[in-house]
Design a binder for this molecule. Structure first.
Ligand SMILES: CC(=O)Oc1ccc(/C=C/C(=O)NCCc2ccccc2)cc1OC(C)=O
Ligand SMILES: [Co+2]
Length: 171
């Protein structure tokens, strides 16, 4: 089922999400709904807080080398912890909670993460390049941050001005 995505500056996005304790059918329904919602909005990553659920749950489904967003590449992530990160990369990022705004953001090049899948099985994986970017972007949502908080003061001011103008135009 498609759920509503909350958008900036909704204060709920600043919530620190809690760890999942029960790997039950309710969690599975949340994961399935997050997938439907992400796909319906042309997203490649989504954190549970973006559908107003303050749990440490996120999903990532990047497009593959043939430019296909294959569900086989879907990663479902519960209670993630980054145990190591190194290197630097800069990529343009966007967020379904800040629609229509894209900005270059600096992230670690390589990360090692521990997390659980939907059955409560612990995984340790490492990621680099664009996949590492998606992970870091989504994990920031779990601690109540959105990607524009990484912008320089000047760029953030530019964003706030543009965002206000866009909200006014919508009324
Ligand atoms: C107008 C509008 O909503 O633009 C969009 C903005 C962002 C997005 C999706 C963003 C997204 O999935 N971000 C996941 C996190 C991420 C960021 C950078 C790299 C990897 C992963 C989709 C949009 O909608 C369309 C139709 O393109
Ligand atoms: Co986002």
């Amino acid at each position: 089922m498609i759920r509503e995505i909350i958008t900036y500056p909704n204060k709920l996005l600043r919530t620190k999400s809690e760890d999942v304790v029960k790997f039950d059918s309710e969690l599975h329904t949340l994961l399935d709904d997050m997938y439907d919602t992400m796909i319906a909005s042309s997203g490649v990553g989504l954190a549970a807080i973006q559908v107003a659920v303050p749990l440490n749950v996120l999903i990532i489904n990047l497009v593959n080398e043939d430019d296909i967003q294959d569900k086989a590449d879907l990663i479902e992530v519960i209670n993630p912890v980054i145990t190591h990160k190194d290197g630097v990369q800069i990529n343009q990022e966007g967020c379904l909670s800040i629609p229509g705004y894209y900005e270059d953001i600096k992230r670690a090049q390589h990360i090692v993460v521990e997390f659980y899948n939907r059955y409560g099985e612990k995984q340790t994986k490492e990621y680099e390049d664009f996949l590492a970017v998606a992970w870091q972007h989504e994990m920031e949502h779990l601690s109540g941050h959105v990607f524009i908080e990484n912008l320089s003061f000047i760029k953030r001011q530019k964003f706030e001005k543009e965002w206000k103008a866009k909200q006014k135009a919508k009324r």
